[in-house]
Design a protein around this ligand. Structure first.
Ligand code: SAH
Ligand code: SF4
Length: 356
């Protein structure tokens, strides 16, 4: 059976192709020249190309839909070989820099949000992805290729600094091996060289997997989807909290190796009349005591059939101000691409409906 070439770290490839230096050449074609065909790997001998063609798939994802939001963010829907679909989003943020003559130039700063599974087992009450249940894990290649295709589709040069957030569909730590390998493939200096420090994994809080990830010491940033400050409410919103309660998550976080200059991010989805009160903010401050953390408040994104509502701007601002007043770093996530229903899972759902 054919394997996926993008599944392989360079070290693994070096074991596979002889002589060893061919692995580096192949990485160069895959991640710098971004060829979509083995035949285009011009400096490889013909018999090696033939053997690669016989044994490996190269690109396997198809862009089936693309939505551009008013802020320039682009949401992609990719079809996998077996017909299932996943989403990835290219987020554009303006970065202000100065030219040599002192004039201002605006460079887009890219962040790509990738999916790690088709569907999700965690089943959070507020999440669109959860609605369709869990279908399967993505392999490393399918995670890596989302980024590669977005580079190609937007002519992003290989040396451009981009950030990766594993915040698309699925729970990355429920697919730990494939996700961890993707982190390594992305960071290879002969590949895209996206340092682990510019990669952030978001998890619903699988404490035992956070501990496993800590042992791997990949150097990646950690984001915890907390969303509630007491177990009772969290359990209602996120059934996973029965298996891994808040205290177990905090323990795992305390033992997580964080780069000296970095902080663990706590994501807090603000839902109207559910968790947007100042008493919750107060508890949150207590909970984070002693942890190098920052909080990211996310407006709940309303979707069809949802029992929850978007909170008012005043409540979110008041929540933020309370945290700031207690010395807790807190930002409000800009709703990039809200007009293209950026909360993951929604584009896929719409596409499934349209094709019914
Ligand atoms: N499964 C992981 C990875 C990202 S899930 C996790 O839960 O951390 C995708 C992100 O979308 C999470 O940050 C989640 O909080 C957010 N999200 C899910 N449903 C949402 C909604 N209706 N509105 C806004 N954000 C939502
Ligand atoms: Fe899964 Fe994350 Fe959605 Fe929860 S929020 S169901 S963990 S994708």
């Amino acid at each position: 059976m054919k394997d996926y070439i993008l599944n392989y770290t360079k070290d693994e490839l070096e074991e596979l192709v002889k002589p060893k230096f061919r692995a580096k050449q192949i990485y160069n074609w895959l991640y710098h020249k971004k060829v979509t065909n083995f035949k285009d790997m011009k400096n490889l001998p013909k018999d090696l190309i033939a053997s690669l063609e016989d044994n490996f798939f190269l690109h396997t994802l198809k862009i089936v839909s693309k939505q551009v939001s008013s802020d320039g963010s682009i949401k992609y829907l990719f079809e996998l070989q077996d017909g299932h679909t996943v989403e990835a989003v290219l987020l554009l943020m303006r970065d202000t820099q100065y030219n040599d003559d002192g004039s201002i130039k605006h460079l887009p700063r890219y962040t790509v949000c990738v999916s790690s599974q088709v569907g999700c087992k965690v089943g959070c009450a507020f999440c669109y992805t959860a609605k369709g249940g869990f279908i399967r894990n993505l392999n490393t290649s399918e995670i890596v290729e989302q980024i590669l295709q977005i580079y190609i589709d937007n002519n992003i040069e290989s040396n451009r600094r981009i950030n990766i957030v594993y915040m698309g569909m699925g729970e990355p730590l429920d697919n730990l091996e494939n996700f961890a390998k993707a982190v390594k493939v992305f960071s290879d200096l002969d590949g895209l060289s996206i340092s682990p420090q510019r990669q952030t994994v978001s998890t619903s809080g699988l404490s035992s997997k956070i501990e496993k990830l800590a042992k791997m010491d990949l150097g990646i940033n950690l984001a915890i989807s907390l969303h509630a400050v007491d177990d009772e409410l969290r359990q209602k919103l996120m059934p996973i909290n029965k298996a891994y309660n808040i205290a177990s998550i905090m323990d795992a976080v305390r033992n997580f190796p964080v780069n000296l200059r970095k902080k663990v991010m706590f994501e807090y989805l603000v839902i109207k009349d559910v968790n947007d009160d100042l008493a919750s903010a107060k508890k949150l401050v207590k909970l984070l005591n002693g942890i190098k953390s920052k909080v990211n408040l996310i407006y709940f994104n309303d979707h069809e059939g949802s029992e929850f509502k978007r909170p008012s701007q005043e409540r979110v601002k008041a929540f933020q101000e309370y945290l700031l007043s207690k010395g807790v770093l807190c930002t409000i996530r800009e709703s990039k691409g809200l007009d293209i229903s950026a909360a993951c899972g929604q584009l896929r759902e719409q596409n499934l409906k349209d094709n019914k």
